[in-house]
Design a protein around this ligand. Sequence first.
Ligand code: LER
Ligand code: MN
Length: 286
Amino acid sequence: MSALSNAKTPKKEQVMFRSSVTVSLVQEARGGPFVFWDDYREAAKKAKSLGFDAIEIFTPGPDAIKAGELLDTLEETGLKLAAVGTGAGWVKHKLHLCLPDAVKRQQARDFIRAIIDFAGAFGAPAIIGSMQGRHGDGVSMEQAKQWLREALDELGNYAAEYRVPLIYEPLNRYETNLANTLEAATALIGGVGGGNVKLLADLFHMNIEETDVAKALVDNAAMIGHIHFVDTNRRPAGLGNMPWAKIAEAVRSMNYSGFLSAEAFPYPDSDAAAVQTIDTYRKFFS
Ligand code: LER
Ligand code: MN
């Protein structure tokens, strides 16, 4: 092939992102949007057999999983650990980062720090979603945001010791009153944690709060470190109204190198939800 014809050949698009599927081990979260439940080793085998690249784990705490067993599972399956959720600190222990009681706020930080230790050893980030909390109960919006920023600053710097980001997730208005959009979250966390705090773009929350999901992804691309891959109704991708072709175009344009991790209801059941997810991933993203 001549140099000229070579130059005219369009370059194959570099797709850097990878697929992932969630598994919850948290009994108190039963009914929540997690594809697999209870047995992460079984979930990993299924994820592998379907062609996923990774699993994301929602754990009751840092000691609920033996690190050696998880390492074996990841080595046997060749899967990555995409991320570890900290939400059990809220749903199980009723802790969050904006509680009026300083002792409880510290316990919330300690819980997240321990999850960073657990996940960081696998090169995976911890996610702060419901652990961010909310203002109210005598805590003003300004005060809550200050406490949240202080916590993210400390924990973001701590995560950097493992060379992983700390992932902060804006949630819809029914789950937090601190930051509901990517833009609000970017404004809230700007500069904290030495720039090591990144955003989680959860497409379900975004569908409720953003004017244009695809545009919000592109506008905040530099801040996005993780994506929860799910349809508008929290069902697996392809079972709602999400404009997937448009979303895929946006994600491709972002130079995004993280995971598209399925945080969806096990609808109609776990196995079918995983198949539905990977089918939609393959159709639009690979
Ligand atoms: C956590 O990632 C999240 O999105 C929550 O809405 C799930 O309860
Ligand atoms: Mn989420």
